[in-house]
Design a protein around this ligand. Structure first.
Ligand SMILES: [Zn+2]
Length: 316
């Protein structure tokens, strides 16, 4: 990882064009012209040329035209394309190749000229960089971090993990869950550990983090219990991050203290059960798990002085 990877997330916004390379920098579309038009690049005269030098200024009005050198002159039909643009924009492209396009290069060539024709950079502003991972184009470390982690879709639910008044080891565990770093079946296989692929809770499905903690019937029963108790309807989300996102202060800033503990408590209880089953060969029934969840939530809440009648109901 270095500048190569980093710069893939940047796009040049060309003004004058003197700081951007015509073929090698990404300033149009998703990739540099060098990659988008490899065959044309092969016959371009000057491969290092800047965008500015690929444009010619024209006439008394100081217009610029493209001046990218190819091996041959443009045909008439190509010149029409190019100069039509030039008349309006005061610069026209002047892209030169070392020879005429061959038949099999023609499609690529036409497409290329059409793109150029539609895009004459303004002369009165400087070149600048745009960060592609953010809609507003400003660089931001979080978007880059998520990209590196390969999780662009995760809006990290950090508040529900770190601000809830749960024991630190529980927050840390849930943090690992969100990054998909706990030792469920799918992750063990990634580490080349051999074992039977089934969920230790329901003994049916393959075991992924989202199955074990959300979709498995044992987990589902816990989540449903909570939503019914709090009088909320819900639709099972696709993943744990989706579930956690938006959980924080769902019930309003002053009524959510216990609510904010719930996801950590459920995940922790399932995980304790997973460990009991895996390492101690002991099973709890789903009723026992509900009781364990209620008891744990009650203990955590009491430790912080958060108790309500609802919680006593849960515990009862
Ligand atoms: Zn299961």
């Amino acid at each position: 990882m270095g500048w190569e990877d980093f710069s893939k997330n940047c796009q040049f916004v060309v003004g004058l064009g003197n700081r951007v390379r015509f073929w090698q920098d990404g300033w149009y579309g998703d990739q540099p012209f060098q990659l988008a038009f490899p065959r044309l690049y092969g016959i371009a005269i000057d491969k290092e040329v800047s965008v500015e030098a690929s444009l010619s200024r024209q006439g008394a009005e100081d217009r610029r035209i493209w001046n990218v050198r190819f091996i041959r002159e443009f045909n008439d039909w190509e010149m029409d394309d190019l100069s039509r643009q030039g008349a309006e924009d005061r610069r026209i492209w002047n892209v030169r190749f070392i020879r005429e396009f061959n038949d099999w290069e023609m499609d690529e060539g036409l497409h290329f000229l059409r793109i150029l024709g539609a895009k004459i950079p303004p002369m009165d502003v400087g070149d600048r960089m745009r960060w592609k991972l953010k809609p507003n184009g400003d660089f931001d470390i979080r978007s880059y971090y998520n990209k590196l982690r390969g999780s662009p879709s995760i809006v990290f639910p950090w508040k529900v993990i770190w601000k809830a008044k749960a024991p630190r080891r529980v927050s840390f565990f849930v943090w690992c869950v969100v990054w998909n770093k706990i030792l469920t079946g799918d992750n063990m296989r990634l580490r080349k550990l051999v074992f039977v692929d089934w969920c230790i809770m329901c003994r049916h499905c393959g075991e992924t983090v989202d199955h074990l903690l959300l979709h498995c019937e044992m987990a589902y029963r816990l989540w449903s219990f909570v939503f019914i108790t709090f009088g909320l309807s819900w639709v099972v989300p696709r993943s744990i991050p989706d579930l956690l996102f938006g959980w924080w202060n769902w019930l309003g800033k002053y009524s959510s203290q216990i609510w904010n503990l719930v996801p950590l408590c459920i995940l922790w209880c399932i995980w304790k059960e997973w460990n009991r089953r895996t390492f101690e060969d002991l099973d709890s029934s789903s009723d026992q798990m509900l009781a364990s969840f209620s008891g744990t939530l009650f203990d955590w809440s009491r430790a912080w002085g958060l108790t309500t009648s609802l919680l006593y109901d849960l515990h009862a």
